[in-house]
Design a protein around this ligand. Sequence first.
Ligand SMILES: Nc1ncnc2c1ncn2[C@@H]1O[C@H](COP(=O)(O)OP(=O)(O)OP(=O)(O)O)[C@@H](O)[C@H]1O
Length: 617
Amino acid sequence: MNPTLNPLLRRYRAPAGYLLLAVLAYLLPYQLGSYDMHVLDTAFVFGILAIGLGIVMGIAGQINLAQITLMGVGAYTTAVLTTQENYGFWVAAILAVLASGLVGLIIGVPALRVQSHYLGIVTLGLSLAFTDWVTTSTLAGSGSGISGIPVPPLGGIDLSDDYLYYYLELVVFVLSLAFGLFVVRTRLGRRMRAMRDDPLAAGSGGARIPVLRMTAFLLAGLYGGVAGVLYAGLIRFVAPETFSTADMFLLLAMVVIGGRQSLWGCVIGALALSVVQDELTDLSTYAQLGYGIVVVITAVVAPTGLAGLPGRIRPLIRRQREQPALAPFQPYPATAAARETATGRELLRLDAVTMRFKGLTALREVSLSVGAGEIRGIVGPNGSGKTTLFNVISGLYQASQGTVSFADRHVHNLRPYRLSDLGLSRTFQNLRLFRELTVREHVMVGLDRTRPGWAWRYAIWPVGVWRAERRLGAQADELLDRYGLAGFAKATPYALPYGIQRRVELARAMAGEPRLLLLDEPAAGLNATEKAQLVEIVRSIRDHGTTVIIIEHDMGLVMSLCGKVTVLAAGQVIAEGAPADVAANPSVIEAYLGRAAAPRQTDAAEPAPSKTKEPTV
Ligand SMILES: Nc1ncnc2c1ncn2[C@@H]1O[C@H](COP(=O)(O)OP(=O)(O)OP(=O)(O)O)[C@@H](O)[C@H]1O
């Protein structure tokens, strides 16, 4: 094939695909009878509802078994306002969408305290409460529902005709999907995906986890509201059984089978299953059983659903390509910040910090002072409290006693994202990367310094969001080049060698140009060459103006890198000073109890640590 044709094809493949879809969608009604048209109209309602569920569950990782309720709120609000309060349809529709958004927020409140199946149970409970209420409330027409919802007026177009209603739905559906995809692919959705994969790492990188969770539920509510309004306008009758738990599980099946982490998957699942469900109306008992079996098979065989299948099959059929090598790190240029750190002013101070876990005291009256521009080493035997110290400094744990000050501020009660805003960043002993994000996206999450209020731009000025996104992308590419990761930009890090994963985590931590960087055993699992590169990178980071504290077992690395070392044993500081002095200190030798306390040269790769300790967000 002509080589110039290839990039051209790639460039226009997507627009051509969308154009084809648009033409097919336009022509579809011409092929269908009136009953099928009605089924298709109902399927679109579920498609929009599924986008909302995809965002909250697939993208933000929040289990929501009340999505159908949110549609119910939209439909019932439209019904009550139009039939009992005499509002016009569109005014009622706007209020209904707002009401669903509000109920979405209320349903999301438990997500601030509980997660996973607990959240599922709570949201399911709220959903049952809604069904109960509409069944008994006279306002909601009791069990018999509300009829007589007016046909939505639209400039003389007769929307009581299912064919014409289809085009209204098509427009709303396309806008809903486009907005959903826009959110998912830009910084709000990226942070949500990061939160889904690892809330702790996302929080330490500046993401407001509670706000993100509530935003996801708000969006689920708004999508539910739009679906409810369209349903009310289409059927012009609402009743409790439409928003039942059985339908919620059907919706769940649609999203799981289609692929909950892809909005396209959610939509395809919803449209397909709505049509299948209608075909199987006469076999409804067996159909329910069938859906259940298909969901279980999908969850086991293809956890990412149908939408994820191409991604899983592609590597199997594609010839294994040679993995690109990690390019050399490009040192940072000297900056004004570097001159500031050269003053050596105190940047971090801990005063008598004690950390207790029930019966165990992990840190006992630890006091520490780190000056700007230092590379400080923290060493000590296993279990001496080093990681706990980092968790206290970075806000993952709140000290039982004592105070922590950072850049002349008391920070011992601040959440990780606030500390991140103040310029504190960290890596983790057991690499905390985002499973489904690419290397480039990792760096973009690290670069993203936006505050929660910024999310309003999605509603008010999406063009601004898009422009900011392009700037962020350019910054990310620059950073990837600096860390030698450009060749891996599109890869997901867990598919890469361990040394590259460590580099990705470091690049993510440095993306926000922090004032203080905490490195927790960054050399674990690295070979000798990678360790030498690490030394070079850390020095450059410090020379660029970032103070570094490093926990490390490799004493050779500590000796070559750190100006000063603090030794912990059984949660207490037992020595502090120049590396050579500390290594010769008798109490340090004693604390290591037979381990080589003298400088240890480890050329071979150390095994990666395997323990897991899970602080809460
Ligand atoms: N969340 C927690 N709950 C209970 N105990 C904890 C928790 N986190 C740490 N600990 C305990 O605190 C002590 C210090 O652990 P820590 O991980 O800080 O040591 P460390 O010096 O980092 O060890 P290593 O060198 O093996 O990483 C250990 O006894 C550990 O079991």
